[in-house]
Write a protein that binds this ligand. Structure first.
Ligand SMILES: [Zn+2]
Length: 159
């Protein structure tokens, strides 16, 4: 995973840059200080628009401990994760591949696909995912779900 260790910036921009420390929200136009945006997990404080966030920043916002191989814990519950880094795959060949796949599907079904096909809200509406969670509530939500799904550890026997 050498690409994750390097200093190369792979993250998407949280909004249009207006200066070194300020960004403009692409949804509502609010100008937000980079520090405030970082503390707010790249969610616009005015309109709650969720900007792109590099996988490592997501890991820091959710996991107690994170290793790049995708093992960590959420509030004490062991979990395996797979985060897709759009800036990595989507940046160069990912978008081209995505467009080709979309065209092939459109030709097969002889229908134009909606432009928001891969958005979370569309996936939720079509039953492909169970829930869309505000990024700021993701950690406690995952912790609750893991606590329900993962059995507690067996008691330690003493001789
Ligand atoms: Zn906004």
């Amino acid at each position: 995973m050498a690409w994750l260790r390097g200093k190369r910036k792979v993250g998407g921009s949280p909004g249009k840059k207006t200066g070194a420390d300020w960004s403009r929200c692409t949804a509502c136009g609010e100008i937000v200080h980079a520090g405030e945006l970082a503390r707010n997990l790249q969610v616009c404080p005015k309109c709650s628009h969720h900007s792109r966030m590099p996988a490592r920043e997501r890991l820091r916002g959710i996991l107690d401990e994170a290793v790049i191989c995708g093992e960590g814990s959420v509030e004490g519950n062991r979990a395996l994760f797979a985060f897709f880094e759009m800036a990595f795959m989507g940046g160069s060949m990912g978008s081209v591949v995505g467009e080709k796949v979309t065209r092939v599907i459109e030709e097969m079904i002889e229908t134009e696909l909606p432009p928001d096909l891969q958005r979370s809200e569309t996936l939720l509406r079509n039953g492909l995912i169970d829930r869309v969670v505000d990024r700021r509530k993701l950690r406690p939500t995952l912790a609750r779900l893991l606590a329900l799904l993962v059995p507690p550890p067996a008691p330690v026997r003493t001789a």
